[in-house]
Design a binder for this molecule. Structure first.
Ligand code: NAP
Length: 321
């Protein structure tokens, strides 16, 4: 599987390093708004081709998959451009700026019968799959509460994608979506959502707290650009708690602590990769078996995810314009 990366930024090479550990996967091309940057990254990743525009990569590259690794604002346009040329697409999260954009992307993929998946890599992390298995098998009794946080302090640059409102800045679309993902992954769509945010100078959410209510349990979720949070997740049940160790969204260790004196149950991985490998492996399997969307992180999952993010933004009066 030859991957064509759009955007010579931070995430492209990270995913590529993990992807290159998979037999049969290579980086076919890098596309950048600057030929110099494309050539530099192509050299680093052993890519065959470098292009000085996204358009030229889409038109000319010999690739089996486009990986959209640009800021959120361009995801819809570049994804649709790839799908229109019949090329399968893996699009970074946040999948789109809003539900309406996501709907257009999904519609295009389904109409054109071309594979599309949101790069929600945590969905494929063995640690999270194990935690869900323990929960589903009743190891912690009845689910009472899900807690998850993700906070770091990025350098303040009002023009960067993290702080510029027009670029979808703020913690929600960058990192807050991970705790939201966990709640959706474990419990599905919440009955109701509450959220509060502290907006910064540029109007983006810099501190965000979300509370999801389900029929018989709650989820308390936090993201922050103001504080370095523990980046841990807890799945709390009536008989014990599953702790997903830091950083929980690509954790290599989970521990189940029982309320009684049973010894802890521990699951650990010594895999050398960051964790992007799992989603790329899944995409490869999907393409090899002719799937048009992932059975594990479907386009309906992405739509529901995007809709939930919109609902949160409504609660905190956050508009990207
Ligand atoms: N899955 C993960 O773990 C993870 C981690 C980080 C980020 N992400 C997601 O991946 C996407 C890219 O994140 P990143 O951290 O790699 O971002 P970044 O380094 O700021 O930008 C990535 C690249 O996008 C291109 N680009 C296109 N239009 C741009 C514009 N108007 N302004 C700035 N750059 C533009 C640039 O490449 P050229 O100049 O070469 O064209 C830039 O280097 C985001 O949607 C982010 O949420 C995912």
């Amino acid at each position: 599987m030859k991957i064509g990366i759009l955007g010579a930024g931070k995430i492209g090479p990270k995913l590529a390093q993990d992807a290159l550990t998979i037999p049969g996967v290579s980086i076919g091309a890098v596309g950048s708004r600057s030929l110099e940057r494309a050539e530099k990254m192509a050299l680093e990743l052993g890519a065959d081709q470098a292009f000085g525009s996204y358009e030229s990569l889409l038109e000319e590259a010999d690739v089996d998959l486009i990986y959209v690794a640009t800021p959120h604002t361009s995801h819809a346009e570049l994804t649709i451009a790839g799908l229109d040329r019949g090329i399968p697409v893996l699009c970074e999260k946040a999948f789109a700026m809003n539900f309406a954009e996501a709907e257009k992307m999904v519609k295009k993929a389904r109409e054109n019968q071309v594979f599309l998946m949101e790069a929600m890599w945590s969905r494929f992390m063995p640690s999270l799959l194990k935690a869900k298995e323990w929960l589903d098998n009743g190891f912690i009794g009845d689910l009472c509460h899900i807690k998850a946080d993700f906070g770091f302090r990025p350098n303040y640059d009002p023009n960067s994608r993290l702080f510029d409102l027009k670029k979808g800045g703020g913690s929600l679309l960058d990192i807050g979506l991970y705790p939201v993902f966990l709640a959706l992954f474990l419990s599905g769509k919440p009955e109701s959502i509450d959220a509060q945010a502290i907006l910064g100078k540029t109007g983006v959410d810099e501190e965000l707290s979300m509370l999801f209510k389900y029929a018989d349990h709650l989820a308390s979720l936090q993201s922050s650009f103001r504080s370095v949070t523990p980046c841990k997740a807890q799945i709390i049940g009536s008989e014990g708690t599953i702790n997903i160790h830091s950083r929980w969204h690509h954790s290599k260790k989970i521990t189940l602590s029982y309320n009684d004196d049973r010894p802890d149950l521990i699951w650990e991985s010594d895999a050398p990769w960051t964790g992007y490998r799992y989603e790329v492996l899944h995409v490869k399997e999907c393409l090899e078996t002719g799937k048009k969307e992932s059975p594990l992180w479907s386009l309906d999952n992405s739509l529901e995810f995007m809709q939930t993010l919109d609902r949160i933004r409504e609660k905190i009066n956050l508009n990207y314009s």
